[in-house]
Each structure stands twice: as C-alpha cells, then as structure tokens.
Design a protein around this ligand. Sequence first.
Ligand code: ZN
Length: 121
Amino acid sequence: MRRDHPIFPQGPTPVGSEGVAVRCPDCGPVAVAAAVTTIFGDVESGAHHLTFLCPGCGRRATQFLPVQMVAPIVLSGAALRALTRPAEADETTDAPPIGEDDVAAFAAGLNQPAWENELLN
Ligand SMILES: [Zn+2]
C-alpha cells in the first residue's frame, strides 16, 4: 500500500445532494464535495475507487468504492474515469528480448537530429 494513496475498506457514501462522506487516513471521516472527487473504474475487473483531496489536511487519498455507490456519487457531481489496459499489453511476439546492446543503440540514436522520425519507420 502506497502511503500517499491509502485505500480503506469502508466505502464512501453520498451526503446530501452534492457531498460524499469519505475517510481521510489522517483526519478520519470528512465530507467533500462530490464535484472535487474522481471515480476510477477498472473496465476488466469492475472495481471502482474514489480519490479525493482531504479538506482537512490537503492529502490526496483513495478509497475502494462499492459498485452500488458509483451512480449516486456520479449523479452528485463526481467525475468518472475508465481505466483500461492497452491491447498491446497482451500482444505476443517472436522477436528476441531487448538486450543491453539494443538499449545502448537506442540511447545513442537519441543524440541524432530528428530521432523521433526513426520511430515511424
Ligand atoms: Zn485529512
């Protein structure tokens, strides 16, 4: 668990029409405006997390968000972002693995003018 993005098992819940009750790792329960929160939904797993900036300490924190809370909190004003895995991540290739010589050649190529054009070939 990353210290700057703690995840709590208790999920955020809507408060009023535009707020969300969340739990800051330092301040405990706090209320934030839904409009300043972001929900990240993993397309493959269906898991959702809500991130917010704590109004008490300014720390950014993340909490697991039960799926049944996604719609109410989005309707309260939270942004919703879908996390997707690029298709290239699952591609296979018969090419040999990248070695130190390949990395050295690539690094040397970065010193050439317009090196980015080589990536298009
Ligand atoms: Zn806090």
